[in-house]
Design a protein around this ligand. Structure first.
Ligand SMILES: Cc1ncc(C[n+]2csc(CCOP(=O)(O)OP(=O)(O)O)c2C)c(N)n1
Length: 562
């Protein structure tokens, strides 16, 4: 049947099962929004205040429910406003489809009003991108975009659609659902790799599992749990891996890396076999790559061949979907016994850094511990970026996959509120709390208006220390306390700000009030901001100095000799 390009976009979204998109309209995407008007009963659109946060919302939606997130924006500034969100999804392997309008093909390359080469701009931060030049390419491009976003290692794909393509008519033939399914591809795993891995697993005396975000995206938590028990190995998680393995399991050794636990640092330093599963040895995990796991052989299980031997040299690897690989290993491995080693590592879980806070302020970790007690098991926590993010990662006990949504790779301040809106849109019945900092919240607070307009009752906890805390901490530890441009001391009243947007606000100034304030916030069924006043001198410990390795962990303030 003959159909307008913009309507084909809608039909193709429906083919993919899309029922929610986030975005912001404009002149070059106006025809697609015109089509959306006729599909508004089938496709819910959430209009954010800024395109960046529409991308974060689509990203949070995708991370929370495992579907592909969809974001739309107009050409030029609309498209460039998506860039940080796309890069964020790329770094954290989140399946996302971004649709941008562009000027008509006849105006391309003439520096037309609001023209930008967004496929050129996003080439290094997308898995693939399409510039649709011909009507007949439109539907195939959208179908391929969704397939690419979820195939192998997930990631973002962008489709740039010039205005004449969305305006003109062409023949539309609905896709065969079986064909759509067959488009998503997973690499096959090799048999030899598996038998070599089994030998390594059987030989190990002090094995440790380093679990990353791949476990979450492949839905392999159950398989990981069985694997850890069979191998009898402690499990350390990267920040992307948190929630993949229950923090309540005895074998959980905590966060690995720069701000990781002492137990995790001990485990990787003393281990003779590190099994990395769906993880990529980022610099925040490995620190000094030459010293990481210095006494261990490394077995790397990952879906992305490009990750093998990229950051650290491995002894062996298995390429494949980690869920399928772990299933095979679990079937073949048999029960191992490393009780003594497990005790050595998990016995260190109580080694905690000194906890700093000033008596007349709120202890941020106590707030997180209270949330841990008060929230339901399936509550979703999102964060912005800074100290508050690391306190959350260290303190909150995640027990269910996809309950922790944070910007791991790009470290994007401003991510948390959009991500919370996306997560709550995906799971309206679940509690969704964003832990933010006052610096980050200044970047995304306008999205409170989105939460209010669409009645999306998220809770934002602003750990308000009046400073850009994480950068200030580095200045304190490594730059001789020269606090260059990290003291905010904004006059912003977060309670009034929340109220101005139509949300609710409350201030928390004393530790004694934590429970009552949180109880109030949780009972509002409306967007709430909790202005949580903390001291500017609370640090994140432990800390591995930049370029250091796990054995150089700093438990308290002050550098080790290294
Ligand atoms: C968009 C962006 N700009 C700058 C940074 C660098 N940065 C990392 S943490 C941080 C401070 C964050 O301050 P705040 O949100 O108040 O959180 P806190 O560390 O105080 O908890 C900064 C500036 C970043 N990660 N992202």
């Amino acid at each position: 049947m003959m159909m307008r390009g913009a309507n084909i976009v809608m039909e193709c979204l429906l083919e993919q099962g899309v029922d929610t998109v986030f975005g912001f309209p404009g002149g070059q995407i106006i025809v697609i929004y015109d089509a959306l008007y006729d599909y508004r009963d089938k496709i819910r659109h959430i209009l954010t205040s800024h395109e960046q946060h529409a991308t974060h919302a689509a990203d949070g939606y995708a991370r929370a429910n495992g579907k592909v997130g969809v974001v739309m924006a107009t050409s030029g500034p609309g498209a460039t406003n998506l860039v940080t969100g796309i890069a964020n999804a790329y770094m954290d392997s989140v399946p996302l489809v971004a649709i941008t309008g562009n000027v008509p093909t006849t105006l391309i390359g003439r520096d037309s009003f609001q023209e930008v080469d967004i496929t050129g701009v996003t080439m290094p931060i997308t898995k693939y991108n399409f510039f649709v030049k011909r009507m007949e390419d439109l539907a195939p491009a959208i179908r391929r975009a969704f397939a690419i976003a979820v195939s192998g290692r997930p990631g973002p794909v962008l489709i740039d659609i010039p205005k004449d393509i969305s305006t003109h008519y062409t023949e539309y033939t609905p896709a065969d659902p079986a064909e759509l399914k067959a488009n998503a591809k997973m690499p096959e795993m090799g048999k030899e790799a598996l038998s070599q891995a089994l030998d390594m697993l059987h030989d190990a005396k002090r094995p440790v599992i380093y679990a990353g975000g791949g476990i979450v995206s492949s839905g392999a938590s159950k398989e990981l749990s069985e694997f850890a028990r069979k191998l009898q190995a402690p499990v350390c998680c990267s920040i992307m891996g948190l929630s993949a393995f229950s923090a309540k399991e005895k074998l959980f050794a905590g966060l690995i890396g720069m701000h990781g636990s002492f137990a995790a640092a001990k485990a990787v330093t003393e281990s003779d076999l590190i099994v990395a599963v769906g993880a990529r040895f980022s610099d925040r995990v490995a620190g000094n790559r030459k010293k990481f796991g210095i006494n261990a052989r490394i077995l790397h299980i990952d879906i992305d061949a490009a990750e093998i031997d990229k950051n650290v040299k491995t002894a062996s690897h298995i390429l494949g979907d980690v869920k399928q690989v772990l299933k095979k290993l679990n079937a073949a491995i048999g029960q191992q016994d490393h009780a003594g080693w497990v005790e050595q590592v998990t016995g260190c879980k109580s080694v905690a850094p000194k906890e700093e806070f000033e008596g007349d302020n709120v202890n941020p970790r106590d707030v997180l511990r209270a949330l841990n007690r008060m929230l339901k098991k399936d509550a979703i926590i999102t964060t912005d970026v800074g100290q508050h993010q690391m306190w959350t990662a260290q303190t909150y006990e995640f027990t269910m996959p996809r309950t922790f949504i944070t910007s791991g790779g790009l470290g994007t301040m401003g991510f948390g509120v959009g991500a919370a809106i996306g997560a709550k849109t995906a799971w309206p019945e679940r509690q969704v709390v964003c832990i933010s900092g006052d610096g980050s919240f200044h970047m995304n607070c306008a999205e409170l208006s989105t939460a209010v307009s669409y009645k999306i009752p998220i809770i934002v906890i602003v750990m308000n220390n009046s400073v850009l805390g994480m950068v200030r901490q580095w200045q304190k530890l490594f730059f001789d306390q020269r606090f260059s441009e990290t003291t905010l001391e904004r006059a912003t009243d977060y309670v009034k700000l929340a109220e101005a947007f139509g949300a609710k606000g409350i201030r928390l100034t004393k530790n004694a009030d934590i429970d009552s304030v949180l109880k109030w916030a949780l009972s509002q069924n409306a967007p709430v901001v909790v202005d949580c006043v903390i001291s500017r001198d609370v640090n994140v410990f432990p800390m591995i100095p930049p370029g250091g390795s796990p054995e150089e962990i700093i438990l308290e303030e002050g550098l080790s000799d290294a």
